[in-house]
Design a protein around this ligand. Structure first.
Ligand code: HEC
Length: 113
């Protein structure tokens, strides 16, 4: 009895689907969530955007503890070796310069007082 009642209901559902208009998406593009923090201007900014922000957001870069130039060189080296970040030598040097410069003026990041 129960089973028999199901079939007409299913058929009705199917019929409803059939006549449903095709669904059109107004905008098929995907918008990634905005990272509210932008990298401050400065030499090497483009190198960071091109070589680091594929894996890290700009705010992640700015929230790093302040470390020495040598440490930045080793971090960038680690990104290249361990994580296979495709960063060429000149870009790596620019990234290091930029990070050192930005960390020297924390007010520019808008993160630290
Ligand atoms: C291919 C992906 C990738 C790219 C490109 C990349 N990183 Fe990383 N990075 C990682 C991973 C994975 C970690 C380790 C996990 C984590 O801390 O998020 C990491 C960690 C870090 C850390 C945390 C400290 C540490 O030593 O682990 C810093 C700082 C960092 N990356 C900076 C950079 C900079 C600067 C660049 C640009 C030259 C860069 N990354 C490019 C993947 C990447």
């Amino acid at each position: 009895m129960m089973r028999r009642a199901l079939l007409p209901a299913l058929l009705l559902l199917l019929a409803a689907c059939d006549s449903a208009p095709e669904i059109a998406f107004a905008d098929a593009s995907v918008t990634l969530p905005d990272d509210p923090v932008d990298l401050p201007d400065g030499p090497g900014r483009d190198a960071v955007l091109e070589n680091c922000t594929a894996c890290h957001s700009p705010s992640t870069m700015l929230q790093q503890p302040k470390v020495s130039r040598e440490k930045w060189e080793s971090i960038v080296g680690k990104m290249r070796k361990l994580y296979k970040a495709p960063v060429d030598d000149s870009a790596a040097a620019q990234v290091v310069d930029y990070m050192v410069a930005v960390q020297a003026r924390p007010e520019a990041t808008g993160l630290s007082p």
